[in-house]
Each structure stands twice: as C-alpha cells, then as structure tokens.
Design a protein around this ligand. Structure first.
Ligand code: KIV
Length: 311
C-alpha cells in the first residue's frame, strides 16, 4: 500500500490561522463554521489539512480514546498530554482544549490557573467549559486573564448524573427559556462562542439568531452557526453507541479489524514480510560475516551448526 501525502482542498491555498475573530466574521458573513474533535497527532494533521476551522480536544477523550464509562474520569494531565500532540499536528485550525470535570468547579483561582495551563503548556488557543448561569464569574475571570472561552449548553456530559443520563435538553418551554437566558449571559460574560448540544433544532436556531457570537451545534439541527461531531463517532471508531444525530462517514473500526486479521493471516502463512519489506546485505559482506561469526560461538563453547542454518 502506498503512502500518498494528503492533498488539501484547493480552497485552502494561502490560508491563514483561524482565530476567534475569524469565527465571528464567518457568523457575520453567514459562512458555516466546522469543528471536529481531535486527540492525537495524526488525526490533528488530517483535520488541519482537510481544512476544519476548529479542533476541539474534547473531554470525550475519556470515552472514545481512554475507554471510560463517561467523561468524569479524565484528568488535567490526560487532557494536556493529548492537547500537546494535537498542537504538534495542527498549524491552521483554532485549537480549543476542553476543561475536564473538577478543573474549574472548585474555585475561580483554580479554574483560571487550569485554563492557563491549556495555553501555556499545551499550546491551545482557547478553552471550553460546560454550564450556564452558575459559571458566569468563572468565565469572566478566565476571560479577564486573556484566555478565550467557548461555552457549552444543553446536554452537558459532565453533569450526566444530575441530568439522569445522556438525554436531550430544553424540550419544554421553561427549560428552553432557561437555556436562552444562559446563552445570553454567557455571551455577556465574554464567551467567544457556545456549543449547543442535543437540544431542539428550533430552539438552537432561535438562540443562534439571538446572539452576536457564533453557536456550534451537535445534535442541535441546521440553524446553528457551525457544527461539531466527535471524530470517533463520525469515523465509526467508537463501537459502544452512536447518538442518533451522528452521521457516520466511514466504519473505521471494521476496516481496522479487517487489516489486523489480514496481518495475522499473513504472518501465520509467511506472506509477510517478503523481500520488499526486508533489508538487504551484499553477498560479499555476508560471506565475511559467516567466516568470522564462528569465533563468537567458539568463545562461548556453542556449536555453530546447532543454532544456525547457513542461508
Ligand atoms: O468533549 C467533546 O467532545 C465535546 C463535544 C461533544 C462538543 O464537548
């Protein structure tokens, strides 16, 4: 199999680094914003070369890469480790690091310090955190430290225990009003963008039209200013469940399994490695090697013929 370099779409010639301001401009010009999650170097490279606007190093890392039940277990150190790998792979996309559970809830000073680590140690451009009215002071403090913040409303997976499971939000009028208020307050607190997860499409469109900052939807319909998916979901790499709102573009888990089975068969049938995968040595050097190799065995008192055939 040849390893062709990835070719970028022609529209990406001469592109510039995406900033929070670029996202605002896209909203004002009605140009949809694209965001996908990324957790490692090769995926970040592919995402960046494909031209995605934003790479979110989501705390979904916990589930789709690290195999945890939900997102609660992932740590700051886990997140920073993966953010650094993404940073090394991406040149143009805006990079957003997701603040893990309990990294911003305990105190405002801890939240600011942890948010700073995403930029200072891991090279992220911004952070994301979940929650509405209860997070306003924290968001203001992080923004005041010069760190751009993306909000996250609707289904907020870090509150899965409080929400009673991964279920759609904002489906009655009171909940919808509460979400709209939260969105307006997040904007006022200084968020540059808000993720809207698993809420009715009508509500997401209404919120998006009510805000100056861009919304990025996941399971929130086509009326948002941008869309995000968990990359492992859209690539068919996460086998445990696939939310209804996911469009799967390929089934990589299946393809990966097929490749592994083929490799195992090749090794067992001596079909791999062949000459093309092997390193050559000149016959001349080989003969010299053979004539000198006896010494090694004589010194150790081993009978040469017992251990080697003379190929
Ligand atoms: O962690 C994540 O991947 C996210 C997206 C679902 C927006 O927060």
């Amino acid at each position: 199999m040849s390893t062709q370099p990835l070719s970028s779409p022609a529209s990406l010639q001469g592109r510039k680094k995406i900033t929070t301001l670029s996202l605002l401009t896209k909203k004002q010009q009605g140009e949809p914003i694209t965001m996908l999650t990324g957790y490692d170097y090769p995926t970040a490279l592919a995402l960046d070369q494909a031209g995605v606007d934003v790479i979110l190093v989501g705390d979904s890392l916990a589930m789709v890469v690290l195999g945890y039940e939900n997102t609660l277990s992932v740590t700051m150190e886990d997140m920073l480790h993966h953010c650094k790998a993404v940073r090394r792979g991406a040149q143009y996309a805006l990079l957003v690091g997701d603040m893990p559970f309990m990294s911003y809830q305990v105190s405002i000073s801890e939240a600011v310090r942890n948010a700073g680590r995403f930029l200072k140690e891991a090279g992220m451009d911004a952070v994301k955190l979940e929650g509405g009215r209860e997070r306003l002071e924290t968001i203001r403090a992080i923004v005041a430290a010069g760190i751009p913040v993306m909000g996250h409303l609707g289904l907020t997976p870090q509150s899965v225990n409080q929400l009673g499971g991964f279920r759609p939000q904002g489906r009655d009028a009171a909940a919808a009003i509460r979400l709209l208020e939260d969105a307006i307050w997040l904007q006022q607190a200084g968020c540059f963008s808000i993720v809207l997860e698993s809420i009715p499409a009508k509500l997401a469109a209404f919120v998006s039209q009510s805000l100056d900052i861009p919304t990025i939807g996941i399971g929130a319909g086509a009326g948002c200013d941008g869309q995000v998916l968990v990359t492992h979901d859209m690539l068919g790499l996460f086998e445990r469940f696939t939310p209804r709102f996911v469009k799967q573009y390929v089934l990589l888990q299946e393809k990966m399994k097929e490749a592994f089975i083929a490799y195992i068969q090749d090794v067992k049938n001596a079909a791999f490695p062949t000459k093309e995968h092997s390193i050559e040595m000149s016959d001349e050097e080989w003969q010299v090697f053979l004539s000198q190799s006896n010494h090694c065995f004589v010194q150790e008192g081993i009978h040469f013929e017992k251990h080697h055939n003379r190929r």
